[in-house]
Design a protein around this ligand. Sequence first.
Ligand code: PRP
Ligand code: MN
Ligand code: MG
Length: 182
Amino acid sequence: EQILDKDVERVLFSQEELARRVSEIAAEIDRDYAGKEPLLVSVLRGSFVFMADLVRQIHLPCTVDFMAVSSYGAGTASSGQVKIVKDLSEHIEGKDVIVVEDILDSGNTLSYLLQILQARRPASVRLCTLLDKPSRRTKPVELHYAGFSIPDYFVVGYGLDYAEKYRNLPYIGVLKPCVYEK
Ligand code: PRP
Ligand code: MN
Ligand code: MG
């Protein structure tokens, strides 16, 4: 049995459910990019756990790079202002890029990021997110790979934080409202 963190109300996706879905997404990527060598771009910090699990299930040759952006700060809603904290290390011109995110919420982060990446003339860009909260979308974003669609719960774990905590939880859980209602 999973021991629940005291701030977590309930588990939404267990370690086993996450592992199963991640390998299904990896299989889709293997199929779609056969004969190519995709570049996976992890959007730090939230996507680091998903990225690490995903790449280990991809059997094609691929490369990885990292970009850090932040818009949430310590709140539970996007500030609307996206900041590039760390840019990619490599050029992406002519590459088949897959942007890897932990969650697509308002769409602010990804729509901004996509603009920046498109301007660098990659051969293609697709978006891969583990979680999708369609009810919160204010900026339309075209998603190619999505793990789970979820209602508007504030979730943590498996890379997702609240005020930088809980990223280390191996499952995705719903945070107790008393933690952020102060
Ligand atoms: C979170 C999450 C996504 C983004 C999604 O990142 O990891 O990157 O917000 O929200 P949006 O669709 O409304 O833009 P955050 O800004 O909290 O930074 P972090 O990844 O370092 O936690
Ligand atoms: Mn993020
Ligand atoms: Mg965050």
